[in-house]
Design a protein around this ligand. Structure first.
Ligand SMILES: *[C@@H]1O[C@H](CO)[C@@H](O)[C@H](O)[C@H]1NC(C)=O
Ligand SMILES: *[C@@H]1O[C@H](CO)[C@@H](O)[C@H](O)[C@H]1NC(C)=O
Length: 368
């Protein structure tokens, strides 16, 4: 007993020394530094962590600045649901690892990581990303590297028949796909590049503005109306909202999500974001420490398993210097961690070419 308790007290003392850099509360306390230290040097949940942290933002980044980098509002149940998942061609067997960048190498747009800056437009960023990726994937020779405009989605989404406004103060994952697939002069999405670029019809400004039916880039050679692309059908996949988190998600749901990514391309996804996510470096992210910062939207482009832990491969919109994977992140898969397997959204760019086989219908019941 004595040996055991002395061993225990030594362990606890080391833990405190290693994991808490300072217990002195001061105005200049580096909370993120302490979190990085905790994540990298400590074992959590009684096990070694699945990821390592690093500093991606300035020392002293405030909670207000962190919150401005998110922007997903979770969809109230009073809003119309998008149609349930369309039948998709069944994939005979799902590979253990999938990366859309490798499956569709001509679609270099899938690797394009954008930066939302201090505007809560993650919902518009993941929408623009999914629209761009899927237009390319469905195009002949997969050469249509059309860069959908976040700014067009940000400023014109309130004109579509949804009676809600998504903005720099946050928005809904479904909104870009509703805008892309409805008809009318405000519907559809034009092209537009990064903040400060002169790419496309409406480059990103990181600011809300009134919807304008013209290109802001005067050097762009196409008219606003001609530049519009349209989707065919918007839909949700995954667990219905609201869902139970941190419990196993059924294989049918996981496989429906995977099948859709492999067949049609990336999907928009949202989760509850915490302060440690900003510090992602390498490995499979699992919430470890830090307080809630709201909801965040990303684009899921694949999946895999590392060291026996399943993950989703996702693209963030915090620039290519966030994390050690060039702006991409591996995120714990299979237990609806922070709601990640709930109400994913996307749209098809074109009508499906052929009637899918009936077997697909049983494997694609994403919202039952
Ligand atoms: C990708 O581009 C190459 C070069 O133009 C072309 O030969 C190939 O067919 C394209 N791949 C697909 C899947 O269309
Ligand atoms: C739109 O929202 C407003 C404000 O919440 C509400 O008063 C109005 O009835 C809604 N319109 C429709 C068509 O649902």
């Amino acid at each position: 007993m004595n040996d055991f308790s002395s061993h225990l007290s030594v362990t606890v003392a080391l833990y405190v020394l290693n994991c808490v850099a300072t217990s002195t509360v001061s105005l200049h306390r580096d909370m993120d530094g302490e979190r990085i230290d905790f994540i990298n040097r400590c074992h959590h949940d009684g096990k070694r962590g699945t990821w390592t942290a690093r500093r991606n933002f300035r020392i002293g980044q405030t909670d207000e600045e962190k919150r401005a980098l998110t922007g997903v509002l979770f969809r109230p149940t009073t809003l119309p649901n998008l149609p349930p998942s369309h039948p998709t061609r069944a994939v005979a067997s799902l590979p253990a690892t999938f990366d859309a960048r490798l499956k569709w190498p001509n679609c270099t747009i899938i690797s394009d990581v954008r930066n939302q800056l201090q505007c809560g437009s993650c919902w518009a960023h993941t929408g623009a990303s999914v629209i761009s990726d899927r237009l390319c994937i469905a195009s002949p020779g997969q050469k249509t590297n059309f860069k959908a405009s976040v700014q067009d989605i940000l400023t014109c989404n309130n004109k579509v028949p949804w009676n809600i406004t998504s903005s720099c103060f946050g928005g809904y994952l479904d909104t870009p796909f509703a805008m892309w697939t409805t008809t009318g002069q405000y519907s559809g999405v034009v092209s537009g590049g990064e903040y400060g670029s002169s790419i496309g019809c409406k480059p990103y400004t990181a600011m809300d503005a009134a919807c304008s039916l013209s290109c802001s880039n005067s050097d762009y050679g196409n008219s606003y109306a001609n530049d519009k692309t349209h989707g065919f059908r918007a839909y949700n996949l995954g667990l219905p909202y609201p869902s139970t988190k941190e419990t196993p998600t059924s294989a049918a749901i996981i496989d429906a999500i995977r099948n859709d990514i492999m067949t049609n391309g990336p999907l928009a996804v949202a989760f509850d974001v915490y302060a440690d996510f900003y510090l992602y470096g390498l490995g499979i992210y699992k919430h470890t420490t830090g307080s809630s910062m709201g909801g965040h939207g990303l684009t899921v482009i694949g999946w895999g398993t590392d060291g026996g832990v399943d993950y989703w491969l996702m693209k963030n919109s915090w620039g290519p210097n966030w994390g050690s994977l060039g702006g991409f992140v591996k995120f714990l898969r299979g237990i609806n961690h922070l709601g990640i397997e709930t109400a994913l959204a996307a749209a098809l760019p074109l009508a499906p070419a052929a009637t899918p086989p009936t077997t697909a219908k049983t494997s694609m019941t994403g919202r039952n």
